[in-house]
Design a protein around this ligand. Sequence first.
Ligand code: FAD
Length: 411
Amino acid sequence: MKVCVVGGGLCGLTAAYRLSEYFELDLYEKNTVPGGLLSSYPRSGYQIERYYHHCFSGDRRLLSLMEALGISDYLEWLKGTTGYYVDGRIHPLNTPLEILRYPHLSLADKVRLGLLTLRSKDLDTSELDEIPAKQYVVEHIGEKAYTAFFEPLLRSKFGAQSDEVSAAWLISRIAIRSDRGVSGERLGYLRGGFHHLIDSLVSKLDDAGCGIHTGVPVTRMTRDGDAWLVNGQAYDAVLSTIAPHDLALLPGAPAAPRIPYQGAACMTLGLGREVTDGIYWLNISGDAPYGAVISHTCFVPPEYYGEHIVYLASYFRDTPPAGLGDRMLSDFYRRFDVPPGMIHWHELAVGRSAGPVYTTGYRRLMPDYERHGLFMAGMFSPPNYPERSMEGAVVAADEVTELMKKRLADG
Ligand SMILES: Cc1cc2nc3c(=O)[nH]c(=O)nc-3n(C[C@H](O)[C@H](O)[C@H](O)COP(=O)(O)OP(=O)(O)OC[C@H]3O[C@@H](n4cnc5c(N)ncnc54)[C@H](O)[C@@H]3O)c2cc1C
């Protein structure tokens, strides 16, 4: 039997790896390099992800995939600190003392926020799916807590669409992220970069004789009796891992569910000094062309790279604002007092299908793994709720491939 996988991101590559044991396989990836959102820039002497990445100790399937691929020895657990930039000042927000000292929330707001965090694990989020996060926070913690704390966070994650995000998403996220010790959380990173994961999958697929066609977009997909024709080639089954709205553009493809998506623009800079007072993840409050500054080398030692690496992160709907890259750079120079001469290099990555927006009613929209005879899995699948992630990509790949094996054995 011959199977086609559309999309060479982590989900498509993992699914192909699982399926390659049972079927003849072709994988199509429109970009010239595999990895999708987890692909990397090759720099001289090292590789760095186009979009900042870390994993969590609870990412069970991702960690066991790394084990199976023989790359677990690269895994390091490092301290990932967070902070808030407000009115020209950086506020670390990791320990209870730092939170108590944070001046932009009253003590009463902090107590209400703490109580909500404690309750978040016991709340039934299915009842919150139709309620906007803003309404929920204002009702339970207060207007000030929303504008001073949650609104900038939501904006850094969802840009202009943040008002549409559901309380179910917010509470699920708080519940997941509140499992940290008093001195902050340990996050996982593969020494040398997550390209090890992508490279190992590609190498296993090469060994299994799988055809990996990079730089080849799927442009047509039609049903031909029991078979599928993909770019004119016949297959017994097709797994699409691309965004449903991208699938819907392919002539002949079956109707795809309408999942709200956003794009991401991520500026990566190599520079001569550290800029965020040692903080890894700095959310930016106020008017800036990016919502967060992620100092990769405040997480992974700069000695691995011979320079500091910083990401400026921003999300957009449909298309990125004109001149975004230039505005990010000039704001960064001014805000962090960095002379342009200190920047060694910079690259802007723009992904139009960077992840779903978890709007009210989102849970109803998530599609099954099989629709109209086509298999579908990816960032829109249930394992990626309430947050699309590497773990979600691996779990979705595992679940859809189990179903495919069963269906193809039956059929
Ligand atoms: C800014 C950012 C930061 C992130 N940080 C983290 C993190 O710290 N930790 C974490 O766990 N997760 C993180 N993620 C999420 C993680 O990267 C994704 O969940 C995961 O990589 C998604 O994999 P995927 O294969 O489902 O999708 P994708 O990586 O999007 O793969 C889909 C692939 O399909 C290809 N494609 C599209 N159309 C076609 C076509 N017509 N023909 C052929 N190929 C096509 C695309 O080029 C792409 O390579 C982050 C994501 C972003 C955007």
